[in-house]
Design a protein around this ligand. Sequence first.
Ligand code: ADP
Length: 500
Amino acid sequence: MDQNTRLPMGVPGEADDDTSLLRLIVEHIPNMIFVKEAANLTFVLFNRAGEDLLGYPRAEMLGKNDYDFFPTDQADFFTDKDRNVFEAPGVLDIPREPIETRDQGRRWLHTKKVPIVDADGDPAYLLGISEDITEFVETEDRLRIYEQFLREAPIGLCLYEYEGDGVYRCHAINRMMAAINGRSVDEHLGATLSEIVPQMAPTLQPIWDRVMESGDTRHGEVSAPDPRRPDEEAWWLTSYCRLRATNSARQFIGGAVQDITALKRAESNLRQALAENRDLTEFAYMASHDLKTPIRNVGHIAELIREEFAGRELPGDVPLYLEELEANARRGQAMIDGLLRLARVQTEGGDMTRQVDTDALVAGALRSLAGEIEATGAVIEREPLPRVAGDAAQLGQVFANLLANALKYRRPGVTPHIDVRGGSDGTYAVISISDNGIGIPHHQKDRLFTMFTRLHAAGSDGEGIGLALVRRIVERHGGTISVQSQPDIGSTFTFSLPLL
Ligand code: ADP
């Protein structure tokens, strides 16, 4: 028997000669070692590491083949490789193969297989050595996922190596960051910050230097000409932190960047609109305040003329002119009062977060309309309304105006019928006030809520301020108001207010 044919063995013996020493080595080596018979690929040798890994005692393995232990696809794969070993002599390296073990589930092996030939050069055995690389494979998997996450993250991410003296060289960058900079990922890798975004570098470098020096993470908004459209200013929300390699002195700066240009533009528009609105409100307030006196004086002068001519007949059309003058002064006065009330919604509005008992507001408004309700025989139907958060004094004006209008714009000869309903959409209370009055022509609906709009001026008093006031108050509370109406059938005003 030559050495090859003496290799198969069962339980190791004493290390009393070379062969026994060899057997001990095979037995204790911390990698799985197995030998298969070339003819039928049955196991003839199996070491302890193999037993531990696969979970089968060698007594169970010896004399059997892969199909006795492993799923068919795996056994196919193993035996396929076994055959390759005999077809092409040399070491067959299988860098990664899965194997189902009895107790440890699926493990990953790095296996090398070697043919063992007899004295005639014919295949006698197959020697296999497998290393369990499961941990490595799992770590690699985790790293791949991290890598994928960094690459695909929906926020710009970058990693620059700090080379000293203000030089930062791009080490890694994700797609989003590359897009923000208006260049490809490849154009970034290996290039320095000032080569990649020369116009940004003067802003960023001092920030990065401070992060590198202090080790503190820095968050902030940065603005510069947009690298994709240099004639436009862009804004980014940025966070930078220092990172240090574990096994070397290399230092990095890691960044997370979000483009907030659209947000910034919206914010600036809003700010401008708010400033304009505040200016306008102040202007309206001051103008109406200042106009009060001259208009009151016009009325006063008309009064003086009447007193001057008391008991005497006024010539020609003068009495008519005088009446016109007085009526206009009254109207001017009322309009200015309306304007002032409108301006005060903003300037003198109270806390809008208090609990408001809307039912009490409806009851209050109906009380002050009691005379009119009785005179017209109006029928009022109401259901309990949701409580809301708001400024009770202002919301009282909303109900008072809408209910007064529902009565005021009634159809001649038709008993007014007013319905007050309320519900909620989860966030807002939705309240509607319906009437069976004269209605509003469809094309006029949009104008209704603007100042001084009067569609049915004739025969009714009012300055066209009421609905403008109502809308202003509702919108100040974060709600909306709309109207549905049909001429000669009636109107429904629906508005929303934040629920308590
Ligand atoms: P005012 O009542 O002082 O004229 P408003 O701002 O309250 O002012 O109303 C504006 C106009 O809208 C009214 O002149 C009227 O033409 C119309 N309107 C308001 N409420 C109703 C309603 N319930 N039915 C029909 N028309 C209405």
